[in-house]
Design a protein. Structure first.
Length: 317
């Protein structure tokens, strides 16, 4: 007797949603964490998959309503034909979602922390709850290539050579999630609150909770390679190759180039490419897509990074 697997709650919801950006928002909410939240260095700050599933359940009806009228989301995200760093776009998705929480009174994004004329850091997302508690959320979405599985976290790079998983991990688990407990960070939050309320705020009296949210993909050399212990066992994954190798023949499926915010979550739509800006220095991200239904739409079943064989990225480890 054949055994069929049930779709995940996220996949089931994506099947109900029609708008591409609303699907990307749902992916931002319910996708597996990139890193393993159980590791002690996170000190309980990384939002884990249980929290994400609770949020997805809470947001279900909101997402379905937004799918019928996504104009407010479009306004928050901006024009996809304008080249925008993917991390900034992801932050916009997260702020839109978190600001809509019923317990949140005010929200901001990209709050710069300065001290003595120098920049100390930046809060990706800051939330003021109705109970007066401040939440800071360090947000990241990353796409790493596991170039050297034998090196663990030190072998994961990219898609630019300077973007190392080990560096990002060290910053997120320490300085970036500690910012809300520094004098400069609290003073910055106090000034923002004063702008919101028009009232004087005592920085020392603030109740601040610091959290982190990590999404993304890691691309491996094979499906069964060793993964760094810092990664979540459930992380989104794909494979990578160089452009010296032909793409695998996946007929009757086909390959579709992903651009811009199409990197966020499994692609669903038509086979025609969007024409959105692509950085020629970056590896190409392709989705293996399979046809579904009678409306000529396709669904991503796998993804693959294709790196130039002469790219400096391949010499970085």
């Amino acid at each position: 007797m054949a055994v069929t697997s049930c779709p995940s709650p996220l996949d089931a919801l994506l099947d109900e949603l029609h708008d591409a950006d609303v699907r990307r928002l749902a992916w931002s909410i319910g996708s597996p964490a990139l890193f393993d939240a159980r590791r002690p260095e996170w000190q309980g700050r990384l939002r884990d998959d249980d929290w994400s599933q609770q949020e997805l359940t809470r947001c279900r009806e909101w997402l379905l309503a937004l799918d019928r009228d996504p104009a407010s989301l479009y306004e928050a995200l901006g024009d996809p034909t304008v080249a925008t760093p993917l991390g900034h776009t992801f932050e916009k998705f997260v702020r839109f979602w978190q600001a809509a929480r019923p317990d949140v009174r005010a929200a901001t994004r990209g709050l710069i922390v300065r001290e003595g004329g120098r920049t100390r850091g930046e809060f990706d997302i800051v939330l003021l709850r109705h109970d007066g508690v401040i939440e800071t959320l360090e947000v990241t979405v990353k796409f790493y290539l596991n170039l050297r599985p034998d090196l663990g976290i030190d072998g994961c790079i990219g898609p630019r050579a300077f973007d190392r998983m080990s560096d990002k991990y060290a910053k997120m688990t320490t300085r970036q999630t500690d910012l809300g407990h520094t004098d400069a960070g609290r003073a910055t939050i106090a000034r923002w609150l004063e702008q919101c309320s028009g009232e004087t705020v005592d920085a020392d009296a603030l109740l601040v909770e610091n959290h982190a949210l990590a999404r993304g993909y890691v691309f491996h050399t094979a499906a069964d390679v060793a993964i760094p212990v810092e990664l979540s066992p459930a992380h989104n994954r794909g494979l990578w190759q160089t452009d010296e190798q032909p793409l695998p023949d996946v007929a009757p499926d086909q390959w579709r180039l992903l651009s811009g915010r199409e990197w966020l979550g499994n692609y669903r739509g038509n086979t025609q490419e969007s024409g959105w800006p692509i950085d020629p220095a970056m590896p190409r991200l392709l989705a293996q897509v399979a046809g579904v239904g009678e409306d000529a739409t396709v669904r991503e079943v796998a993804r693959r990074f294709v790196v130039r064989a002469d790219a400096g990225l391949l010499k970085s480890v």
